[in-house]
Design a protein around this ligand. Structure first.
Ligand SMILES: [Zn+2]
Length: 213
């Protein structure tokens, strides 16, 4: 399946590119016909810097922030976002503020949690949530629930990929959407067209990576 992979670039900035692998994938909630490899966006410093510059645009002049909560390996991007946000400049609302870049833990029930010393950086603070990808919205609801449990004030949600922005009440500022990937489909496992065609699953997507079956 990797041999059939192709690249998708951000129209605004073609240097930002992700690898898309066609196949038959499962998450805990759904089946998908594409796996999006976001690892270069998250770990390649030059690319992560460009991604951060795009992602801060909706907030830089308007949104006061105290913390960026980075989910599933997005902390390099989060750190570059903080750097952009605290730059000096007359129209930059967070100039010289303290912005903390934090990462939650996954507890045994796959719920997110913050350790004691981190909780005070969230409670009653303006928090930006940074997630790699949003497909059905189930994961984002669980993250938002966690944020509200720890008393964080949600100032915004950013994502590298958001499958269907129109299907979610929560506003998300995403780099890529399904419109960038022709033919991208998410299926309820019960109605999956690939399963109905007798195609075996290729891999299971866990924590934004995949394991072949
Ligand atoms: Zn299927």
């Amino acid at each position: 399946m990797e041999r059939r992979s192709f690249s998708v670039s951000l129209p605004k900035n073609p240097l930002i590119t992700m690898k898309v692998i066609p196949g038959h994938f499962t998450t805990s909630h759904s089946h998908l016909n594409y796996y999006l490899d976001l690892s270069d966006l998250k770990t390649n410093a030059k690319m992560a810097m460009d991604v951060a510059r795009e992602l801060v645009v909706p907030y830089i002049t308007t949104t006061l922030l105290d913390a960026i909560v980075c989910i599933e390996g997005t902390e390099v991007i989060g750190a570059f976002m903080a750097e952009e946000l605290i730059k000096e400049g007359t129209s930059i609302i967070n100039s010289n503020r303290e912005i903390h870049v934090v990462t939650p833990l996954n507890n045994i029930n796959r719920k997110l949690m913050f350790q004691g010393n981190i909780q005070e950086l969230i409670y009653n603070k303006n928090v930006l949530l940074l997630v790699p990808s949003i497909s059905t919205g189930a994961t984002i609801s669980s993250i938002l629930e966690c944020m509200s449990y720890y008393g964080g004030k949600l100032a915004g949600v950013s994502a590298l990929f958001h499958a269907h922005p129109e299907k979610l009440d929560q506003e998300v500022h995403a780099l890529f959407t399904y419109e960038d990937i022709p033919g991208y489909e998410i299926y309820n496992p019960r109605d999956c067209v690939l399963c109905k065609d007798g195609l075996k699953l290729d891999a299971i997507i866990i924590h934004d990576g995949y394991t072949k079956i």
